[in-house]
Write a protein that binds this ligand. Structure first.
Ligand SMILES: *[C@@H]1O[C@H](CO)[C@@H](O)[C@H](O)[C@H]1NC(C)=O
Ligand SMILES: *[C@@H]1O[C@H](CO)[C@@H](O)[C@H](O)[C@H]1NC(C)=O
Length: 449
């Protein structure tokens, strides 16, 4: 295994200016487009507070568990605060925690602007936020406009702002960052020795946008559920496709999937976090059609068999018809140099735009653009609860169900002691634990007392 990547060693010594922060122009463009959703009126305080109305009654908390879905966040003078705390019984998964860890790192590497927003914890993008093609929005709680909300995956029909799926990028043992750190090893299998088969594994799972026929192919048919239909394709073409759900195929660790020239990615509720990692492996990635996308997808180019000179990062399928993966694999086999180039381009892209410094830069840029839309004074004094994020991370690092969810130590060791927002030692632990364990805890700033 290789030593820590160079940027990880250098990070503490680099100033913001030296680190630089330049995104792919297409990613910048998406940020500009998404943060423009509020138009001239901008983001008013009532929009931000409508998120609490989403969870405004004891009945909604108890029956709909709305207080498990949203994390409210406020940034003032570069310090990140939380305005609610997630109930202990849903704490654990890295979806929410990973973003908090990454946001904290971003706040220590960059001076973040004053801004306020929420992070959506469910992996289903906020179905209650609707964004129509004409730009109009709806949200069921007064004043019915769009609250500034972040999520790691979305479709064009909802108005959230995209952030990295930080949990999968940095928390899990097979996270993107962990794979990136052992890239020399992963790329040791030469292209020529990789099997000319399209390999894929996943949990059998059919999400509503496939079952309700929301994704269409060029032949006018609806895209079948890729995660089940590919079992059939694999049965029919075992020499070309080995893409099964886990009831049919044995699991293979990600780090061993570089044995194959072609890797198949399919989405679930949200974008597949495996897709990010596949881009690193040097194989050509085949991606099933989906309505979901993540923060960097606008910068990716699909392969175009009619234009082999163009840069491409993946090979799309279920675009023309339900079995076109067969033609895609046959094409890739017949165009070995092109397929190899797609795998290489994907890796170069991932190492430039998906590595941790790039993700921190993205968060900085997104928050900077978002802050320009805010039309009221951002202040903790206007909030019932403002827990410094560093204290929440100290709590998570110690609490039973979250202590091993992500790697907290590397950040708390580096920044915790010098963070002016941090309280001495564990002095606030019990207070935070009590709030997390209070089944009705939610700061209802906006609701009548
Ligand atoms: C959450 O806190 C309550 C109250 O202290 C406790 O009874 C329960 O076991 C905790 N649940 C988890 C999953 O930690
Ligand atoms: C896939 O194969 C199964 C089992 O052979 C069959 O029942 C099912 O109809 C097939 N699905 C499609 C979409 O062809």
């Amino acid at each position: 295994m290789r030593a820590a990547p160079v940027w990880l060693i250098l990070l503490p010594f680099l100033s913001v200016a030296a680190l630089g922060c330049t995104l792919h122009p297409k990613i910048e463009e998406r940020i500009a487009r998404d943060t423009r959703a509020w138009g001239e009126a901008g983001i008013t305080e009532d929009l931000v507070l409508s998120v609490s109305k989403h969870c405004g009654s004891e009945q909604r908390i108890l029956e709909q568990h709305c207080h498990t879905q949203v994390q409210r966040i406020l940034i003032q003078d570069g310090v990140v605060y939380l305005n609610n705390l997630i109930p202990n019984y849903t704490l654990g998964p890295h979806e929410g925690i990973g973003f908090l860890v990454e946001l904290y790192e971003a706040s220590r590497v960059f001076k973040l602007p004053d801004v306020e927003f929420s992070y959506w914890l469910d992996d289903h993008p906020p179905a209650e936020t609707v964004l129509r093609p004409d730009g109009s929005v709806s949200w069921p709680y007064p004043p019915y406009g769009l609250p500034p909300m972040m999520a790691w995956s979305k479709s064009d029909d909802n108005g959230v702002l995209l952030v990295p799926y930080s949990g999968a990028f940095r928390c899990a043992s097979d996270s993107f960052d962990a794979l990136e750190a052992q890239l020399d090893e992963l790329t040791r299998i030469p292209w020529e020795e990789r099997e000319e088969v399209a390999f894929g594994r996943w949990n059998a799972f059919c999400t509503y946008y496939y079952t309700s026929h929301m994704v269409r192919m060029a032949d006018g048919q609806a895209v079948p559920c890729p995660r089940t239909y590919l079992n059939n394709v694999s049965d029919a073409h075992p020499d070309l496709v080995n893409a099964y759900d886990l009831s049919r195929g044995k699991p293979v660790p990600l780090a061993h999937q570089n044995r194959y020239k072609f890797l198949v990615s399919t989405d679930g509720w949200s974008i597949s976090s495996k897709f990010d990692k596949y881009l690193l492996l040097g194989s050509a990635v085949l991606r099933a059609a989906s309505i979901r996308f993540g923060f960097y997808y606008p910068a990716l180019s699909p392969a175009d068999p009619d234009d082999l000179t163009a840069d491409a990062h993946f090979i799309p399928f279920m675009e023309k018809h339900r079995d076109d993966i067969v033609e895609a694999v046959q094409w890739a086999r017949a165009h070995d140099a092109e397929a190899r180039r797609i795998g290489e381009a994907a890796r170069v892209f991932a190492r430039q735009h998906l590595v941790r410094p790039a993700r921190l830069c993205y968060i900085f840029r997104l928050l900077t653009e978002l802050s320009k839309q805010i039309r009221y004074p951002i202040s903790c004094q206007r909030r019932k609860l403002c827990v410094p994020l560093v204290e929440e991370l100290k709590f998570l690092a110690k609490y039973g169900t979250t202590s091993s969810t992500c790697i907290y130590g590397e950040l708390l060791d580096k920044y915790g002691a010098t963070d002016p927002a941090a309280a001495p030692g564990d002095s606030r632990y019990e207070e935070l634990r009590a709030m997390h364990e209070d089944p009705l805890h939610w700061p209802r700033d906006d609701l009548p007392a």
